[in-house]
Design a protein around this ligand. Structure first.
Ligand code: ATP
Ligand code: MG
Length: 893
């Protein structure tokens, strides 16, 4: 049975049992600051389970895309761990409980194929339950008929579910399928988790847990008022069972990638005959890593993640690099992504059609990343080789942790690669030292994240407010001032009743005109004024959906809970914000008009007077392209296009051609902002001008690279654009005045001045050379007698250049008496270094005085030339006199 069919049957089964089908949330966990990615089907429903929000339904079902980074090291080595997988779930919010949940799972898994079930053999199913959950045992045994010897009691670590922190928890029951003696020893899941494959976990959320260790050893402190059900069936594991293959990498969604890799590398997949993944040949594991990681990369980029050196982007980068490296270890060293990624897309697009329509963008990131990594590999390999040679030269047998870290951090060289390559050259690696440095870096990253304003990990105070007071009545689209009531004051995450002058607190109002930072638009600025209070709004965020939180600096008086206040947005600020945000849409549309539709925005930021926009594009924009984008943008302003706002459903918006951006989660009804009809259509919640002419001038002020395959344009808008141009004009005026030219002639004059300055420098150099050589006779006359040789050993004037030193030496030699042995040695210093030229005449040469030998004597063996003239240098300038002395000594000897 194909994976797509399992998905269809699962959703149909639960839909016909009263569950609402909820689409998968995107892989990045946008709503939860504690998570990078969604690791389980229940994550999008967490606020409902915690009672922080009320769902519209009490039964739901979903197929959720998941990423589990902690499982990365298991990939290919067990039969059942993918970094990406799909979790099919059914959820009950205070509706049905244990009995019904077990019944549903059993009926669907063992139900016949004709009746819409999955047709597994019930006699091979085992169930685990929590130690004292006799209720579950009874249901399994008495109602389902599972024999007691296939029901296993397990402890807290395995069969008590919680989120690792105080909150809801509950016993769970896991379903295992016995794949038979070929897969391992008998004895149930406790003996062998490969033979007995876990495919479904049923969580009975009924208790409350206290603090303590995350997984095991915490206390269960009470019962939940409403009991919930959360289940997760691994779609890939079910597919492996139903397709009769050994592991999840051989199922219909992944295996074709492996086959393609096998074709490319000419290596066979399936070298070992054992069914057990852990006994596999290393090549087989590499193939599975490729299959898994290529698919995960596709899904991640599909959901808007782009390769980078931190956070989500780093996870993606790591997956891609591991896959690419595995391909190379299998013996293929050309770019592999262009061969493998399309295979993954073909398999996955049946369930996720956007992967096909968006493939040009997705693949451009993937291919770009591979190209970059192949370069890194080349470069990093040289660095590693040098480090290995150095270590060996010093007699060491261990590559230092800091070198391994540097390779990792600076060159993106994965540690396993360093380990392997060092080992090939007979060295081990100080892994402890490496890990220590990594941990330190991670601590730093964590501290950074905590310092970010949205990194406030504990959202419970906000959820509580939302629940008690309801959503903020949000008037940002209609007005700049509201009469409001203070319904919450928070100081460092805690509710307080009063805020006093000097404090910065978070203020929640029942109604507000303030725009909270989102969609790239900076928060509004303004003030809140009460009967005995004056405060400045310094930031506005929406930490949980529908709740606007103002960060307020109390300037005068005190703010008391329940106060009536006036909340006023700074009108000038807002006008600037509207100009900048509409300007961002205009620049985006202009980019796509000039560069084509793949120049898709991947991030943006705007505040009054300024905007920046990141987009996928590989090459630097030429000056002409920049000008063209600027011109198209300003024409759109001149044409005074109408700006319209429309509300529709997400599918309608997509049909309508609206550009949806990543990093945003969209509600069922979305807001589309149009500029000039179809010219620019984007899903956007921002505040905008009503006609494009109100944006005012738009000036591109910068274009730069922000990571692989990503460029950034920056622009000034409105008055700021005017000021930018005015500053440039003033600059030209000042230059013109300075050089005494008309404005129109400035460029020509500057060029002429530069030319004159160059000519003058050249002339000066010639004069200096002449002056130096003019003294050649003088230098020759001052030569001293050394062992019957006339030696002119002199210091050239500071700054004499290489060629001139040589000329000087030969000229001095020319002035030494002919027929008498003579040597000219000239030392020059420049740039902190000293160099020497030695010239020897015929008579000296006849007495076996060699220029080359003299230079070598002075420079301990270095230097080059012949018997008549030789030179060398590179020693510190303070050695200059020593060089001359050494030459004289050498002649004496
Ligand atoms: P395991 O112990 O095998 O790692 P788990 O206990 O971590 O599994 P759960 O957290 O209970 O799994 O997740 C529910 C279901 O999701 C599992 O029963 C399994 O079918 C599936 N699943 C979990 N992790 C993965 C993974 N890395 N790859 C594929 N499927 C998975
Ligand atoms: Mg697990």
């Amino acid at each position: 049975m194909e994976t797509a069919e399992i998905q269809r049957r699962f959703l149909k089964f639960f839909e016909s049992n009263g569950h609402t089908v909820v689409p998968s949330a995107p892989l990045p966990a946008f709503e939860d600051p504690n998570l990078l990615f969604v690791p389980a089907g229940m994550v999008p429903f967490v606020p409902y389970f915690l009672g922080q929000a009320t769902p519209e339904w009490n039964r739901a079902t979903s197929v959720q895309k998941c990423i589990r980074t902690p499982d990365i090291d298991e990939v290919g080595k067990t039969s059942r761990h993918g970094t990406f997988f799909q979790m099919n779930g059914n959820f009950s919010f205070g509706d049905y409980f244990k009995e019904q949940a077990i019944r549903f799972a059993w009926d669907l898994t063992t139900g016949s194929l004709e009746s819409g079930g999955l047709g597994l053999d019930g006699d091979r199913i085992w169930a685990t339950v929590y130690l004292d959950d006799d209720e579950a045992i009874d249901i399994w045994h008495k109602q389902i008929g599972l024999p007691l010897d296939r029901i296993v009691r397990r402890g807290q670590a395995d069969n008590m579910w919680s989120m690792g922190i105080p909150g809801p928890c509950g016993p769970c029951s896991e379903l295992y399928y016995d794949r038979g003696p070929d897969y391992g020893p008998e004895g149930g899941p406790e003996v062998d988790e490969d033979r007995y494959l876990e495919f479904w976990n049923l969580v009975f959320m009924q208790n409350i847990r206290g603090g303590g260790p995350a997984k095991e050893g915490y206390e269960v402190t009470g019962d939940l008022p409403k009991k919930n059900i959360d289940t997760g069936m691994g779609m890939e594991r079910m597919a492996a069972l139903l397709q009769g293959v050994d592991n999840m990498y051989e199922t219909d969604q992944v295996r074709p990638i492996i086959d393609k890799a096998s074709e490319l590398t000419g290596k066979r997949y399936g070298v070992s005959t054992s069914h057990t993944a852990s006994e596999s040949h290393p090549d087989d594991i590499r193939f599975r890593v490729i299959g898994d990681h290529v698919r995960s990369s596709l899904m991640l980029i599909g959901d808007g993640v782009v390769p980078s050196n931190e956070g989500r982007g780093y996870v993606l980068r790591r997956l891609m690099r591991r896959a690419i490296r595995a391909v190379r270890l299998l013996g293929y060293d050309k770019p592999a992504m262009p061969e493998l990624l399309p295979v993954a897309m073909e398999r996955m697009s049946a369930a996720y059609p956007e992967l096909r329509t968006d493939f040009e963008r997705i693949s451009s990131y993937a291919y770009g990343e591979e190209e970059a990594f192949l370069k890194t590999l080349k470069h990093g390999t040289t660095i590693l080789d040098t480090a290995v040679t150095e270590t060996k030269a010093e007699g060491g047998a261990t590559l230092s942790g800091s070198k391994a870290f540097e390779l990792h951090d600076t060159y993106g060289f994965p540690i396993d690669l360093t380990l392997e390559m060092a080992e090939e050259q007979g060295l081990s690696v100080d892994q402890d030292g490496f890990r220590e440095l990594m941990a330190e870096q991670r601590r730093r990253a964590k501290a950074d994240a905590a310092a970010r304003k949205t990194g406030h990990a504990d959202l419970s105070a906000y959820w509580k407010l939302l629940q008690e007071q309801g959503p903020t009545d949000w008037k940002a689209y209609e007005s700049l001032a509201t009469e409001s009531r203070v319904i919450g004051i928070l100081s460092e995450g805690e509710s307080v009743a009063v805020a006093k002058a000097g404090q910065i607190v978070e203020v929640v109002l029942d109604r507000t005109p303030f725009y909270a930072e989102s969609g790239g638009q900076h928060a509004d600025a303004g003030k809140i004024v009460g009967p005995n209070f004056f405060g400045e709004v310094v930031d506005v965020q929406r930490p949980v959906k529908k709740l606007v939180v103002h960060q307020v600096r109390v300037l005068e008086g005190e703010l008391v809970l329940d106060d009536r206040v006036e909340a006023t947005v700074d009108a000038e600020w807002r006008l600037g914000a509207r100009q900048a945000h509409s300007g961002t849409h205009v620049v985006h549309a202009a980019l796509r008009e000039v560069l084509g539709p793949t120049a898709l925005q991947s991030g943006s930021f705007n505040r009054p007077g300024y905007l920046r926009l990141d987009f996928s594009w590989r090459a630097k924009l030429s000056d002409e392209t920049r000008s063209e984008i600027e011109e198209v943008s300003n024409k759109a302003v001149r044409d005074d296009l109408p700006v319209a706002v429309k509300y529709m459903t997400l599918p309608e918006a997509k049909d309508f051609g609206a550009v949806a951006l990543f990093g945003e989660t969209y509600d069922e009804t979305v807001r589309v902002v149009e500029i000039g009809g179809p010219w620019s259509r984007e899903l956007c919640g921002g505040t905008h001008v009503s006609h494009s002419a109100q944006i005012g001038p738009l000036v591109l002020t910068g274009e730069s690279s922000v990571g692989s395959g990503q460029r950034r344009v920056e622009a000034a808008t409105g008055m700021e654009a005017y000021r930018y141009l005015a500053r440039e004009r003033d600059l030209v005026s000042q230059i013109a005045e300075e050089i005494g030219a008309q404005r129109g002639d400035v460029l020509e004059r500057v060029r002429a001045i530069l030319q004159r300055s160059k000519d003058a420098e050249r002339e000066l150099a010639t004069l200096q050379a002449k002056a130096v050589s003019g003294r050649a006779a003088e230098f020759a006359a001052a030569a001293q007698q050394v062992e019957g040789v006339k030696v002119a050993a002199i210091r050239a004037p500071e700054g004499t250049k290489g060629g001139d030193v040589r000329n000087l030496a030969t000229q001095i030699r020319g002035h030494l008496p002919e027929g008498e042995p003579g040597v000219a040695a000239v030392v020059a210093t420049a740039g902190g270094k000293a160099s020497i030229v030695v010239a020897v005449n015929g008579a000296a040469k006849a007495r076996n005085v060699s220029a080359q030998a003299l230079v070598k004597a002075a420079l301990s063996g270095k230097g080059g030339g012949n018997d008549e003239i030789a030179q060398g240098g590179g020693v510190p300038a303070d050695q200059a006199q020593h060089l001359l002395d050494a030459v004289v000594r050498a002649i004496t000897a």
